[in-house]
Design a protein around this ligand. Structure first.
Ligand code: MG
Length: 159
């Protein structure tokens, strides 16, 4: 098999705060993401997609949220650790695509910066990084500004 796909999902609760981190970009807003790490749902979903593509478990198995080592951790470090796993050694990332679902904060002005950061983190060109942001049309906990969700998909090809 010369290609693999992987899917990832994450959700973090929002609380009053002074900013969130998504796609490794700091977004100033009156919220924080409740998390053991920095709560970067985009990078967590992408890590799970990468792990899923090669049947290597999920982020929680590799980096348990009970481990004090990962408290407040910059999730870019998870990306580097996942990309360096032996399970991924034989595979090259072709492209990734991300959905962020957030009623708040508004993300439109931050999308170019988030996309640029994903291109850097995953060493991909502009046509290989998709990033969309949408509201949840006020439905459920995301729509009530109580949480943010991220979905990710990746394609890998054998080196
Ligand atoms: Mg997470």
């Amino acid at each position: 098999m010369s290609q693999r796909v992987g899917i990832g999902y994450d959700i973090h609760r929002l609380e009053p705060g002074d900013g969130i981190v998504l796609a490794n970009c700091r977004i100033p807003c009156p919220y924080r993401l409740v998390a053991h790490s920095d709560g970067d749902a985009v990078l967590h979903a992408l890590c799970d997609a990468l792990l899923g593509a090669v049947g290597a478990g999920d982020l929680g198995e590799h980096f348990p949220d009970t481990d004090p080592l990962y408290r407040g951790r910059n999730s870019a470090e998870f990306v580097h650790l996942v990309l360096a796993l032996p399970a991924l050694e034989a595979w090259r990332l072709v492209n990734l695509d991300v959905n962020i679902i957030a009623q708040a904060p508004r993300l439109s002005e931050h999308k170019p910066g988030m996309r640029r950061r994903l291109m850097e983190l995953f060493d991909l060109g502009p046509d290989a990084v998709g990033l969309k942001a949408r509201t949840n049309e006020t439905c459920d906990a995301v729509g009530a500004k109580q949480a943010i969700q991220a979905q990710a998909i990746v394609l890998l090809t054998h080196r």
